[in-house]
Design a protein around this ligand. Structure first.
Ligand code: JEH
Length: 407
């Protein structure tokens, strides 16, 4: 791939000589040419900026040097009737967001050119001049304000460059990335397993030393769900919902939620407990606070609250939890689906069930749950959601196990 960069600070692009990209350049995978915009300014002061017409703060980049510089880049292309032109990327705070998907698209191009603006930006007519000669895309690195396009170009060339065949040595790394499911990464560790950090002993989670590959995969998946919920709730399918959940606050539950979860689960299961008439134990009723806390460690639990206008959290009104079945993570288990009595009949249960199903890892082949043998309403609800009786003995006396194939 060929990359041309035009800037008034060519030295800003020096890091492109380093590390993986530097190696790619030496290996002939990537050819980077950096041009000084001032070489195309011909007045005595080689000026590239002027005050904005119509008034306003700051300065604007003049059109003539830009037009000449971009024409020179185009003219420097491979000779011949192909008349190849670069795809021009102009970093700007008002551009289309730069994403991994855009990086993948740009990695398919033979030739990219980047125009690094400064000041308040580039005279708008330069975009028209360029667009008459080549494809032009204004791209933003993110919703914050930089002083110019150079830092954005460093980021974009690095993100695109590492996708070129032969740049990232470990082909596996890129394959794994392309299997992305939109969740954040799990935390990683290396030796020593027990690290004496100046008196504080910091341990690697024991599961990673267990040799139990199923348990490790389940733990990593749960970590990914937790991180995504706390750092990037926008990525979780749950926050994208437009239905009953949309107005509510969905988070991965922590031990601070345990007391409220216990109260809600007792309220939600008491009818089932009365119907059992002591013939069997209903686990959600038998649990104490410590059991709920323990459950939060073994399961990924979603706590649903009504939003609160104040600093204090809103009331806990619903919950559901999911986990890979210990020893068999092709089975995604869902449970403890509960909705506060005053919020029933709004489809919240159905949405929470779908949410819990969506948290399953890609390798899960079926979703599995259990409900009370006397709870005909619940059984109908799950049947409508696609669940059918699971073969084999029920997990508990008084329970029916249901299962559904995934997608
Ligand atoms: C910034 C190229 C060339 C600064 C402010 C304004 C914002 C409201 N993600 C990115 N942030 N900034 C840039 C970028 C990318 N890619 C970027 C650039 C240039 C890229 C000059 N500048 C500096 C600059 C105007 N403000 C934009 N507004 C929404 C916060 C206020 C006005 C223009 C140019």
């Amino acid at each position: 791939m060929r990359v041309d960069v035009v800037s008034i600070f060519p030295d800003y692009l020096a890091p492109l000589e380093l590390s993986l990209l530097g190696k790619a350049r030496r290996d002939g995978i990537l050819e980077v040419r950096v041009h000084d915009l001032r070489d195309f300014a011909h007045d005595r002061h080689r000026s590239v900026d002027d005050s904005p017409l119509g008034g306003g703060a700051g300065m604007v980049m003049k059109p003539e040097p830009w037009a000449e510089a971009l024409d020179a880049v185009v003219a420097s292309g491979p000779p011949g009737r192909d008349a190849a032109v670069p795809h021009l990327i102009v970093p700007g705070p008002g551009g289309v967001p730069f994403t991994q998907a855009l990086a993948r698209t740009l990695a398919q191009e033979q030739w990219l050119a980047f125009a690094c603006g400064r000041y308040e930006g580039i005279d708008e007519r330069v975009y028209d001049h360029a667009a008459a000669r080549m494809p032009v895309t204004v791209v933003s690195l993110g919703d914050y304000v930089l002083n110019g396009g150079e830092v954005a170009v460093l980021a974009m060339v690095e993100a695109v460059g590492r996708l070129l065949p032969g740049v990232v040595g470990n082909a596996e790394s890129l394959v794994e990335e392309s299997h992305e499911d939109g969740l954040l990464e799990y935390p990683v560790y290396t030796r020593p397993a027990s690290w004496d950090d100046a008196g504080t002993v910091r341990e690697v989670p024991a599961v990673l030393l267990s040799g139990d590959h199923g348990a490790i995969a389940a733990w990593r998946h749960a970590q990914r769900l937790e991180r995504t919920a706390s750092r990037r709730p926008d990525l979780l399918p749950l926050s994208a919902t437009t239905g009953a959940l949309a107005d509510l606050d969905v988070q991965v539950a922590t031990p601070a939620d345990a007391a409220e979860l216990l109260v809600l689960q007792r309220a939600c299961w008491v009818r089932e407990g009365l119907a059992a008439q002591g013939r069997w134990l209903v686990p959600p009723l038998a649990e104490e606070h410590a059991d709920v806390v323990a459950g939060l460690h073994d399961w990924t639990t979603c706590a649903v609250r009504v939003p609160s206008a104040h600093a204090s959290p809103g009331r806990l009104v619903a919950s559901v939890r999911g986990r890979g079945h210990p020893g068999d993570d092709t089975r995604w288990e869902v449970g403890r689906l509960m909705v506060a009595p005053d919020l029933r009949g709004r489809g919240l249960g159905r949405e929470l069930l779908a949410l819990a199903e969506s948290l399953a890892p890609a390798r899960a082949t079926h979703v599995w749950l259990t409900t009370g043998v006397l709870e005909e309403g619940n059984q109908r609800f799950y049947r409508r959601a696609g669940y059918r009786p699971a073969p084999g003995e029920p997990t508990y006396p008084g329970a029916v196990d249901l299962s559904k194939r995934r997608r």
